[in-house]
Design a protein around this ligand. Sequence first.
Ligand code: URA
Length: 418
Amino acid sequence: MNIIDIIIKKAKKGELSKEEIEYFVNGYTKDIIPDYQMSSLLMAILLNGMTNDETVYLTKAMLDSGAKNDLSKIKGVTVDKHSTGGVGDKTTLVLAPLVASCGLVMAKMSGRGLGHTGGTIDKLESIPNMKTSLSPDEFFKQVNEIGLAVIGQTSELVPADKKMYALRDVTGTVDSMPLIASSIISKKLASGSQIIELDVKYGDGAFMKTKEDATKLANLMIYVGKRLNKEIKAVISDMNEPLGYAIGNSLEVIESIDTLKGKGPKDLEDLCLHICAEFLVAAKLYDDYDKAKEYARHQLLSGAALNKFKEFVKYQGGDVRCVDDYSYFKQPLYHYDIKAVKSGTIKIVKALQIGHASMLLGGGRQTKDDVIDMSAGIVLKAKRNDKVNKGDVIATLYSDKKLTKEVEDLVVTAFIYQ
Ligand code: URA
């Protein structure tokens, strides 16, 4: 077999065989196929797509490129969720303790953020002393004792995706449904949980710009999961505006703690209760979705989920005092209020621009090696349908850097008035 023939076949819209797909995934993972040939093939895939069969073979070849987690030592039903990424998406921080407080187990591996999207691991590291890497023994002990652990992705799982994703990121080949589906599903299958829920975002701040495309991607991932013997569920959620009001690492942890105290934004709370209820039904702890959601709400409002969050922070070495006193988080040097330029009703707060501004304030990475300012970010004071008067504060920015005109303009023009 020859990589050039495979590239030419895909460039001519041909359908690759299982063997051809295994050949290029293995060859690239083992450094036999160089970046320039893989880039060319990825671009041909982006332009000409893949059939459902090709997408299944690609996912399986990527899954088989490395180790798979064995969660069979864990007592209880293991659940996992994956978000396709967005701005202010702190769902895992609320959902993980919530599901654990409902008797399910979340043994989760999460990623770091890049560009305008944040990553759960960076957010967790804004809690002073919080460890995000545990030995396998520590991981299993913690999960068996408290039903919950969240750690960084290890490089043994799906090494093919690690290399391919890094290459896609710099060759303009991220935005392809079969490549996104195989990347996500291979990682979720390798991480070994019994029940998987995907949160597929659409809108300005997401990979998929329309609800139709997000639904198409969700259906493709469900199909690939089924062909590889895994029942996958999906929720389609709006990422035209940031989720909640806080964007930036410690700011998002604080908003998550507020949500666990029953004082969080409605969009975030609703999404977490919905996914939790779906898990409870899929795990057969409830056969009725509404009753499952009522139970999840009870666990949230009774403080059970908050207590689980405290146990989790303590177990992973974090300073649990910050749950009750937010001054234990790193404090930024500056804060700046942004004011409404006119009176009116807010139509939308553009997620992508807000995410970009937060990154420039120091809250995210432009390149893999950038160091994040954990306290940097944005707290919105108004969102869709809110009425504001000219001069009202509509956002507060936090940073160790002086405010630049670029960041100020990004935030001011992110607010679209009706
Ligand atoms: N998230 C992933 O893990 N992979 C993709 O390709 C896109 C989003």
